[in-house]
Ligand binder design. Structure first.
Ligand code: SAH
Ligand code: SF4
Ligand code: F3S
Length: 439
């Protein structure tokens, strides 16, 4: 039987959400709760939600509808994250058994909201929106990954791309001081985390409230923290991508050889409609800087197909762009009209079947590009961070600095521990992964 101070938390959406959950879990543990592994065992069920596309949002409501049958057991429900902020009190109408609705900009008030929940209140909201200047920092972060430590450096977004909910769900852009970011990096490096990932909707829009460091300087400083072996950062916005970021990667060996730079479309006309504030030429200029770096830097991107009014010619321009860039990874999405966004007032003119076709054409070609890119690693020896066992093949799974998955064999009796680094020689390649043997 579920006791009241047990909780189950599940996260949907991006890494920002995953890391917010680590902080929320830490806060709950600090308030005397204990975490359980299933909804059945929990007194309090929390969903940290995503509303980036319609499908993501629907999943949460399906889940809530399924478990509402257990509310007579005294279970309580909380909806956190982007759907919470977007739908607000409407969630209480759609799912009346929910007691707490809070967006990420209100998490600093969680201890107070939990106290009200325990006191029996059933309509608790934390819906601070774009007014807040606060960032959510806690020393109690319950890190779920034993070797990769996430650090949020900037929250919210002020870009207002025409299709995107994030500026409405995560509030206005606000950066942490570089001193507090560095203090957290030192603290977790001392605890044994060797890989640090800096997080933000747009990490490179970072502005130090103390005025001490630019994003590139902060990146370099984190890379120089003792014990730190790898530093990653997501997501970069092309508009704010400056050359000194490439210089920092060149200068500091711990900064990983990978930049995720979402382009969204190869057509400057569509980019203007999307309010991305750059053209494809401007984007390609940044790509040229990255390609001119001293070490080969792996590139990945996000692309939306079927944005309102995207013509066959616009789509061909996107195909031309992936040909020019030769990405190692593309996350492709069909446009999904979202509440409150300006694009919702444009006519969603591309039929679903056409969106499906364009996405398939894009991903098929990208697979061939990747096949070629990955094949070039054959025979190379690279350093791999071990992540665990490959589920089926008895191999060890890990990642290269370029973030490529590498599965490898190991001839010693004791397998290397997750989080350790191993040199691996690549013996076979696939479009999405590399195969090798430890040397
Ligand atoms: N801040 C990042 C992206 C965050 S959202 C950036 O600006 O690049 C992650 C990705 O989801 C976006 O890059 C975009 O490709 C996709 N996305 C966002 N809104 C979408 C929508 N309404 N429909 C389809 N895909 C969307
Ligand atoms: Fe969304 Fe654009 Fe902000 Fe990225 S930059 S989170 S796509 S509004
Ligand atoms: Fe989703 Fe919110 Fe992240 S909408 S992608 S969880 S910022």
């Amino acid at each position: 039987m579920a006791t009241e101070k047990t909780f189950y938390l599940e996260t949907f959406g991006c890494q920002m959400n995953a890391h917010d959950s680590e902080k929320v879990i830490g806060t709950l543990l600090q308030q005397g709760y204990s975490q359980v592994e299933s909804e059945e065992d929990a007194g309090l069920i929390l969903y940290n939600t995503c509303s980036i596309r319609d499908k993501a949002e629907q999943r949460v409501f399906h889940r809530l509808d399924y478990y509402k049958r257990q509310q007579h057991l005294g279970k309580r429900f909380a909806v956190l994250g982007c759907v919470a902020q977007q739908e607000g009190e409407k969630i209480f109408e759609r799912a009346p058994y929910v007691s707490l609705v809070s967006g990420s900009a209100s998490y600093c008030k969680l201890p107070e909201m939990l106290a009200r929940l325990e006191a029996g209140e059933t309509r608790i909201t934390g819906l601070d929106d774009r007014q807040t200047d606060e960032t959510f920092e806690t020393e109690f972060t319950a890190r779920q990954n034993p070797y990769r430590g996430y650090i949020t450096i900037i929250e919210g977004c002020d870009k207002f791309c025409a299709y995107c909910v994030v500026p409405y769900t995560r509030g206005k852009e606000r950066s942490r001081t570089s001193s507090s970011v560095l203090a957290e990096a030192r603290r977790i490096a001392d605890q044994g985390y060797t890989e640090i990932q800096l997080l933000g909707q747009n990490v490179n829009s970072y502005r130090d409230p103390e005025g001490k460091r630019s994003f590139a300087e902060l990146l370099a400083a984190v890379g120089q923290v003792g014990g730190v072996h790898r530093v990653r950062f997501t997501t970069s916005h092309p508009r704010d991508f400056t050359r000194d970021i490439v210089d920092a990667i060149d200068a500091v060996p711990t900064l990983c050889d990978h930049v995720h730079l979402p382009v969204q479309s190869g057509s400057s006309r569509v980019l203007r409609q999307m309010a991305r504030e750059y053209t494809s030429d401007w984007y390609l200029e940044r790509i040229a800087w990255i390609k001119a770096a001293r070490r080969p830097i792996s590139l990945s991107t996000d692309i939306i197909v079927g944005f309102p009014g995207e013509t066959p010619d616009d789509f061909i321009q996107t195909m031309d762009l992936i040909e020019k860039v030769q990405y190692d990874c593309v996350f492709g999405f069909k446009y999904s009209g979202r509440p409150n966004t300006p694009a919702l007032t444009m006519i969603d003119s591309i039929p679903e079947a056409e969106k499906v076709t364009r996405l398939q054409v894009l991903l098929d070609r990208q697979r061939e590009i990747q096949r070629g890119n990955y094949a070039r690693h054959l025979g190379e020896v690279m350093e791999i961070m071990v992540e665990g066992q490959h589920p089926s093949r008895g191999q060890i799974a890990g990642r290269s600095s370029q973030n490529k998955p590498v599965n490898f064999t190991w001839s010693q009796p004791i397998a290397p521990a997750p989080g350790s680094y191993v040199r691996v020689k690549i013996t076979a390649t696939h479009p999405n992964s590399l195969v090798g043997e430890a040397v």
